[in-house]
Ligand binder design. Structure first.
Ligand code: SF4
Length: 112
């Protein structure tokens, strides 16, 4: 395997570790989370870092720094909507309400 490659399971473990470390909750939809883990693994293989699976990057780490998972916008999006842009990471409060994440505005384009 390429030195830079990550398997979807490694990406999933990364997401679990981020959630654990940040005090967030993974989206309870396992299939959805598996798709995002696939995307994270694919992006890692392509770029060498866990670029957000819901966004297009430039392929330059310095230009993409704000959208490397967990992105700069995760916390403000969670504060406003209860989950990150992809819907991968939920706040505990949002998760407790058992609501499905909804599409939210792209904060990056407004701030970048
Ligand atoms: S929106 Fe941010 S925190 Fe959520 S998966 Fe994408 S990069 Fe990670």
């Amino acid at each position: 395997m390429d030195r830079k490659a990550k398997t979807p399971e490694q990406a999933m473990e990364f997401a679990r570790a981020v959630a654990r470390h940040q005090g967030w909750v993974l989206n309870p939809d396992d299939g959805f989370v598996a798709d995002l883990a696939d995307g994270l693994a694919r992006n890692y293989g392509r770029y060498g870092y866990f670029l957000c699976p819901c966004r297009d990057g430039d392929g330059e780490r310095s230009d993409d720094a704000d959208i490397i998972c967990p992105c700069t916008y995760a916390v403000p999006d969670q504060q406003e909507y209860g989950h990150c842009f992809c819907g991968l990471f939920l706040t505990k409060e949002f998760a407790a309400r058992r609501q499905a994440p909804q599409p939210i505005p792209e904060r990056r384009s407004a701030e970048a």
